[in-house]
Design a protein around this ligand. Structure first.
Ligand code: ADP
Length: 394
C-alpha cells in the first residue's frame, strides 16, 4: 500500500508518499506560504525537483496541488489517486483525549478540535491538514499520529506533577512529552538491532528541540519534556527545566508579562541565550574551539543535563542496556555525543572515540565491542513511523 504522510503547519505543509511494501519514499515535498502571497510547492520525485508557484489561499488548495503533483504524468509517481491507500497525519498535542494513533471518523473529528488548547499553535494547522484531505480525497482513511502518543504508557508517578490532584483531574495538567514518534521509531530500531524486546533503552532526540526518554521493554516509562516542550534539557533557544519562581523574578526585573516570559523562555534562552553566539551546535563548537567561554559553557550545560537524565532514567528502569542518539545534534555532533558519553563508565558505558567519528547509514554502534551498554546512533524517520502507524490501523 502507498501511504501519504502529511505534516501541516500554520502556513506550510510537508508531505511524503511512501510505498509500504518496500518502505521507500516515492515522492516528497513542501508547500510554503499557504494563505500568504507568493505561495509555492517544491515537489521531489524520481531524482527531479519541480517548483510550482500558485496561489494557495488555504490548506485544501495546497492538498489539491500536492495531489496534482503526485498524479502529474511528467513528475508524478501514481497514475491515479486510487493508488493511495491512506493518509497519515502528524498531530502535536493530544491532551488526554487520545492516547494512540487514531483512525479519523465524523465523531472523533470533533474531539480532535478539543485538543487545540494543548497545542494552540500546531494543532489547528494539523486539523486543517486532516479536513483538507477529507475534502480533496473523500472516502480515503485518515489516521492521526500524535507526538505525545508514545508517552501515554508512562506510569502515574512519572507523568503527574506534584500539584493538587484535583487540578490534574479538572484541567489535565501533567507531563505529556513530545517527539514521541521519533522516540518510538529509534527505540524500535534499537530493539531490532539488540535483538531483544526486554531492554532498558534511553533515547536522546537532540535537535532544535531536545528530549530524552526512558524506554523499558519497548514502552515509554518517562520523558523529559513536560506539559509543553519547554521542559527537560536545555535546547537551542528553550531554557528546559527552570524554577518557576526564577521566571517570575526575571519577569519582574525585565518588565515582562506572563506571555512574554514564556516566549522569552522558549525563544531567548537555551544554548543561544547562554552562549550569546547561536542556537546551532556547529557554531557553538567552532566558537568554543576558538576559546569562547560562553559557547563552551552552553555546550557543557547541555551535555551535563542530558547526562543527568540518562542517569535518572537508568535508575527509573533499574539498569541500562542501550543509549540511542538521534536528530540533528544526536546524528551529527560527534563532539556532543563524546561530551555526553565520556564519564558514563559508572553505568557500564565503554565509549569508542574512533567509531564515534565515523559516519554511517543506518545504525552506527559507537560503544566498544564488549561494552555492557551499547551506544547507538540511529537516524530518526518520523514520516516512516507515521506511515507504519497508519498502515497498522487501516
Ligand atoms: P529540528 O529539531 O528543528 O527539526 P534537527 O533535528 O534537524 O531540527 O536539528 C537541528 C540542529 O541540529 C541544528 O540547530 C544544529 O544545532 C544541529 N546540527 C545539525 N547538523 C549538525 C552538525 N553537523 N554538527 C553539529 N550539530 C548539528
Amino acid at each position: 500500500m502507498k501511504i501519504l504522510v502529511i505534516n501541516a503547519g500554520s502556513s506550510s505543509l510537508k508531505y511524503q508518499l511512501i510505498d509500504m511494501d518496500t518502505e521507500s519514499v516515492l515522492a516528497k515535498g513542501l508547500c510554503e506560504r499557504i494563505g500568504i502571497d507568493g505561495s509555492n510547492l517544491v515537489h521531489k520525485a524520481n531524482g527531479k525537483q519541480t517548483k510550482y508557484v500558485a496561489a494557495m489561499p488555504d490548506h485544501t488548495v495546497a492538498i489539491k496541488m500536492v495531489i496534482d503533483a503526485l498524479t502529474d504524468p511528467e513528475v508524478g509517481v501514481v497514475s491515479s489517486l486510487d493508488e493511495i491507500g491512506a493518509i497519515g497525519h502528524r498531530v502535536v498535542g493530544s491532551g488526554e483525549y487520545f492516547s494512540a494513533p487514531t483512525l479519523i471518523t465524523k465523531d472523533n473529528l470533533a474531539t480532535l478540535k478539543m485538543t487545540f488548547e494543548f497545542a494552540p499553535i500546531h494543532n489547528p494547522a494539523n486539523y486543517m491538514g486532516v479536513t483538507a484531505c477529507m475534502e480533496a480525497m473523500p472516502g480515503k482513511p485518515n489516521v492521526v499520529v500524535f507526538d505525545t502518543a508514545f508517552h501515554s504508557t508512562m506510569p502515574d508517578e512519572a507523568k503527574l506533577y506534584a500539584i493538587d490532584y484535583q487540578d490534574y483531574l479538572d484541567y489535565k495538567v501533567r507531563r505529556y512529552g513530545a517527539h514521541g514518534t521519533s522516540h518510538k521509531y529509534v527505540s524500535a530500531e534499537a530493539i531490532k538491532y539488540l535483538g531483544k524486546k526486554e531492554s532498558k533503552i534511553v533515547t536522546c532526540h537532540l535537535g532544535g528541540g531536545s528530549s530524552v526518554s526512558a524506554v523499558l521493554n519497548g514502552k515509554c516509562v518517562d520523558t523529559s519534556m513536560g506539559f509543553t516542550p519547554l521542559a527537560g534539557v536545555p535546547m537551542g533557544t528553550r531554557s528546559g527545566d527552570i524554577d518557576p519562581s526564577a521566571a517570575k523574578f526575571l519577569a519582574e526585573k525585565k518588565g515582562m508579562t506572563f506571555e512574554e516570559t514564556i516566549n522569552y523562555l522558549n525563544k531567548k534562552c537555551g544554548v543561544a541565550g547562554v552562549s550569546g553566539v547561536s542556537s546551532d551546535f556547529r557554531d557553538l563548537q567552532a566558537a568554543a574551539e576558538e576559546g569562547n567561554y560562553r559557547a563552551e559553557l552552553a555546550l557543557n550545560i547541555f551535555a551535563y543535563n542530558v547526562r543527568k537524565y540518562i542517569g535518572a532514567y537508568t535508575v527509573a528502569m533499574g539498569g541500562l542496556d542501550c543509549i540511542v542518539f538521534t536528530a540533528g545534534i544526536g546524528e551529527n555532533s560527534s563532539y556532543t555525543r563524546a561530551q555526553i558519553c565520556e564519564g558514563l563508565e559508572c553505568l557500564g558505558v565503554e565509549f569508542d572515540k574512533e567509531a564515534n567519528e565515523v559516519r554511517k547509514d543506518g545504525v552506527n554502534e559507537i560503544s566498544k565491542p564488549g561494552s555492557k551498554v551499547k551506544v547507538l546512533v540511529i537516524p530518526t524517520n518520523e514520516e516512516l513511523m507515521i506511515a507504519r502507524e497508519t498502515l497498522a490501523l487501516v
